[in-house]
Design a protein around this ligand. Sequence first.
Ligand code: C2E
Ligand code: MG
Ligand code: MG
Ligand code: MG
Length: 282
Amino acid sequence: AAKGAGGGAIRAFAPDRDAARRARRALEADLRQALANREFTLAFQPLVDTRRVAITGFEALLRWHHPGRGAVSPADFVPLAEEIGLIGEIGNWVLGEACAQAARWPGDFTVAVNLSPAQFGLMDVVSSADEALARSGLGAARLELEITETVLLDDGEHMLEILHALRARGIRIAMDDFGTGHSSLSYLRRFPFDKIKIDQSFVRDMATRPDCITIVRSMAALGASLGMTTTAEGVETPEQFAQLQAAGCDQAQGYLFGRPQPPAQMSFALGADWASRGVAAA
Ligand code: C2E
Ligand code: MG
Ligand code: MG
Ligand code: MG
């Protein structure tokens, strides 16, 4: 009887697994066509100077508009694109498009582009950045590249060379999702980042966990003493923003100041209603 039940369980489970595998293969096939079909766009989210409460730049966030499924989250398709080796081509497009958009903005706003670890193996990041800057006419100082610390895990020496080459051009390097990895501090020592982006998990828990305020304050102090800019991610409330100002964070990014927007809907100044919403310059 036990054997029968086990067999039944397997029979009940297997079609599900097959279906999941088929769905993944279908998504994979669609992803391979997405660039050619022009299904990718970029959305831009503002980064705000906490002292002046003014926009200093934008982060480019990749969006995939699937013809049948609608919007697919980068959290779902970026890992897939990495696995099947497509993230090089896609990342090349992102760099070109982000720089082209930024060159049209009314002012010297910076543009931040995310690079996932696999991209360093699949594309020549330095040439790709050079080409994107040359084609758009954007100054290198306006381009910022966001990498997660896992980038430095694989081939540390090679990666350091690439990062130094980018930095020598005046491109800024930010460590994304700071504090979520295993050796954030040792990476800060090995490579001179221009910016650390404090992961949104710390910001989210500030209201309920005093230790998170202490951690954020320490990260801001660490960044300042190393000459790095600190940006807090995922800022959603005026209370969080006030705490970040008090903690000495240089920049804030989050739904409080704007969701990622397509180029046509971007605004380059914060609305006039900030004071009434409990946000004030420091
Ligand atoms: P990330 O670089 O850490 O980007 C921040 C994510 O937080 C974005 O999610 C953004 O929409 C979201 N976010 C911003 N403000 C708030 C807030 O106030 N509250 C909450 N809960 N979330 C907020 P998104 O756009 O879904 O992107 C997810 C991740 O996908 C990014 O994390 C990045 O790692 C990756 N990604 C996005 N675009 C690209 C790209 O062009 N290339 C690569 N390699 N990765 C990308
Ligand atoms: Mg990022
Ligand atoms: Mg992040
Ligand atoms: Mg992230």
